[in-house]
Design a protein around this ligand. Structure first.
Ligand SMILES: C[C@](O)(CO)[C@H](O)COP(=O)(O)O
Length: 199
């Protein structure tokens, strides 16, 4: 939240929190509430529902929306600024991403059934940025039968182009215990990767 509230171009933040935790989350956000407009809403059991609940709380006059994972809490402010800039420059959907370094296999029933060309595989991060009207439209009429793991996937399934901008190694998702160790090491020893911030 500190990085987000310091990012150029971010004026309003809506946090989707677990049901029953809004009072606690609101108090945790008090230190950043002075820097931008902050709202807290209760999320849903799935990602799509939580994003929709947050989107419903975004003021109607906002024209660019970023969807960000709290688990990517070390994302440098410059990544937010880059994504906003790309949307403002005309892209209607933008994702930060890095090329994968592992070889990725497609596996079915414990057996490899394919090896996609690694040169075409990118690991997608957040914040994902959208023209607000487009994001509202795909959430109002989500593509059927899609295993939704990100908002850009919904936009892509609806037939729209999604632009890729450079992501950041610091934007990793803190999900597994080893990610927490990495986050602690980053916080203990490293300056932010890129220092661009709002004036
Ligand atoms: C949006 C995302 O971070 C892109 O990599 C990812 O899909 C989120 O997955 P999660 O299972 O909702 O953490």
């Amino acid at each position: 939240m500190h990085a987000l509230s310091r990012a150029a171009g971010v004026d309003v933040v809506v946090v989707a929190c677990p049901p029953g935790s809004s009072a606690r989350v609101t108090s945790l956000l008090a230190p950043v509430a002075g820097r931008c407009e902050v709202h807290v809403v209760e999320g849903a059991p799935d990602r799509q529902g939580s994003v929709r609940a947050a989107l419903d709380r975004v003021p109607g006059d906002v024209d660019v929306v970023l969807v960000h994972d709290a688990a990517r809490c070390l994302t440098p402010p410059a990544v937010f600024a880059d994504v906003v800039r790309a949307v403002r420059a005309g892209a209607r959907a933008v994702v930060p991403a890095l090329p994968v370094t592992d070889t990725i296999k497609q596996v079915r029933g414990g057996v490899v059934v394919g090896t996609p060309d690694r040169r075409e595989l990118w690991a997608v991060q957040t914040p994902q940025g959208f023209d607000a009207a487009l994001l509202r439209a795909v959430h109002a009429d989500p593509p059927a039968g899609l295993a939704v793991t990100d908002d850009a996937g919904m936009v892509e399934a609806a037939g729209h182009e999604v632009l890729v901008v450079p992501g950041s190694e610091h934007a990793f998702k803190i999900t597994r215990p080893i990610d927490l160790l990495l986050a602690e090491a980053v916080l203990a020893g490293h300056a932010p990767e890129r220092a661009e911030e709002a004036p």
